[in-house]
Design a binder for this molecule. Structure first.
Ligand code: ZN
Length: 416
């Protein structure tokens, strides 16, 4: 159990941004003997061959070519997303006020904003050189802080709750001196560029707290970005355990789920469809393959919070370490149908894993994920699943450490 969790803790620690997750995934794939295919080159693949391709720094797919052609046996696809909610620097972020160097931020997706205050924060992103070269960087020092107002300035906070306007009340500070160029130099240095040669940079705020196993039996997995990095890790490791499958096994990891997936690198973009058509060998073969394919879309589910138990459905009550949950919604926020749900239950049965079920409260609006989007685009029958977690979209999320291996075992049964 421990080696797979050590590998997950390391993957989480090396994933401060979705692009870093993409880059770390590529490293893992290379180590496992997957060959890189460039989108602009002609592809030659052979049955049993292991390949991967990067659509963007944060959107990629890895696959093992099946013994039978896709037109005859379809694809077995597992999907997840590489991005997480967070705070991004504005394009001209700097102002010096009240003796502090401060930065303006934009909110990406739906983070729990209050959890970002008074943390040790680093910065990670991309730097673009004046010659157009792009480099990822990650500053792992506590250079930024978002400061709470003292209790004396906000006397009702514990009764009325903490509110902060992200435009006017969330400005990370980095210095008492007016020295923005020094911050730019730090970024350039971390990106391996000379400060004068860096034309632009993007920055995402990063929690520096290490991912850990917590609880008296170390049964909690605690980290930033567990949603949905843990599913990306599970999908890749499931693929690593697949040997020579009948049907082509595909893992696809998308960016931009947290902002609705409607981007070129998101699940609503062209990547999956064009990849599958390419692997099918033509349009007619693609249509035949789609009719025989199946997709598992993995994204974290809500476990029942003990202090907010009434906020959950009174029937389905996922708990940590109770196994992966199959997610269902009459409003089709999840792609799961009765047949596709049953398919995943059969995978779990073969793997010896007990599953749970998730439906939201009938009187509340549910979340969604990539499954309904890829299913709508491609027509491939899809089941939405996810390991239960608490504190979803907090800067520090909590899930069940034992559920990770169970998810991998089910995914192996799906793709092998
Ligand atoms: Zn998610």
């Amino acid at each position: 159990m421990q080696p797979i969790l050590d590998s997950l803790l390391e993957y989480l620690a090396l994933s401060p941004t979705s692009a870093h997750t993409g880059s770390r995934s590529a490293e893992m794939l290379e180590k496992e003997g997957f060959s890189r295919l460039e989108p602009g080159d002609p592809w030659k693949t052979a049955p049993g061959g292991r390949y991967y391709t990067m659509y963007s720094p944060a959107t990629l797919a890895a696959f093992i070519v099946g013994k039978r052609p896709p037109a005859e046996s379809g694809f077995r696809i597992t999907g997840a997303h590489t991005d997480a909610p967070g705070l991004f620097l504005k394009s001209e972020p700097y102002s010096y006020k009240e003796g502090l160097g401060t930065l303006g931020i934009e909110v990406y997706g739906g983070p729990l904003l209050n959890t970002w205050f008074d943390r040790d924060l680093g910065l990670a992103g991309k730097a673009v050189g004046s010659d157009g070269t792009v480099a990822l960087y990650s500053i792992k020092e506590p250079i930024l802080r978002i400061l709470s107002p003292a209790i004396h300035l906000n006397r009702d906070v514990n009764r009325k709750g903490f509110k902060a306007n992200p435009e006017t009340e969330i400005h990370p500070v980095f210095s008492t001196v007016d020295e923005y160029p020094a911050l730019r130099s730090l970024v350039a240095e971390a990106a391996g560029m000379k400060a004068g040669k860096m034309a632009f940079f993007s920055g995402e705020l990063v929690s520096l707290e290490k991912p850990v196993l917590a609880g008296i039996n170390r049964e909690f997995l605690v980290a930033s970005r567990i949603d949905d990095i843990a599913s990306c890790h599970a999908a890749l490791h499931a693929l690593f355990r697949v040997r020579s499958p009948e049907s082509t096994a595909v893992v696809v990891l998308f960016d931009n789920e947290e902002v609705g997936s409607r981007t070129t690198a998101g699940a609503a973009g062209p990547f999956l469809e064009t990849l599958l058509e390419r692997l099918s060998g033509g349009r007619e073969e693609y249509f035949r393959a789609v009719a025989r394919s199946f997709m598992v879309s993995a994204d974290c589910a809500h476990a029942v919070h003990p202090d907010w138990a009434d906020k959950h459905s009174s029937q389905s009550r996922p708990r940590l370490n109770g196994g992966p949950a199959v997610k269902r919604s009459a409003m089709q926020n999840y792609a799961t149908g009765i047949e596709t749900g049953a398919y995943f239950f059969r995978c779990a049965e073969r793997a010896g894993v007990t599953l749970q079920e998730f439906t939201g409260r009938t009187d509340a609006q549910a979340g969604s994920t990539i499954g309904p989007i890829t299913a709508t685009r491609t027509g491939i029958p899809t089941v939405d699943v996810g390991n239960p977690m608490l504190a979803m979209h907090s800067i520090r999320e909590t899930s069940g450490a034992l559920d990770h291996e169970k998810m991998i075992l089910c995914m192996v049964e799906h793709m092998a």
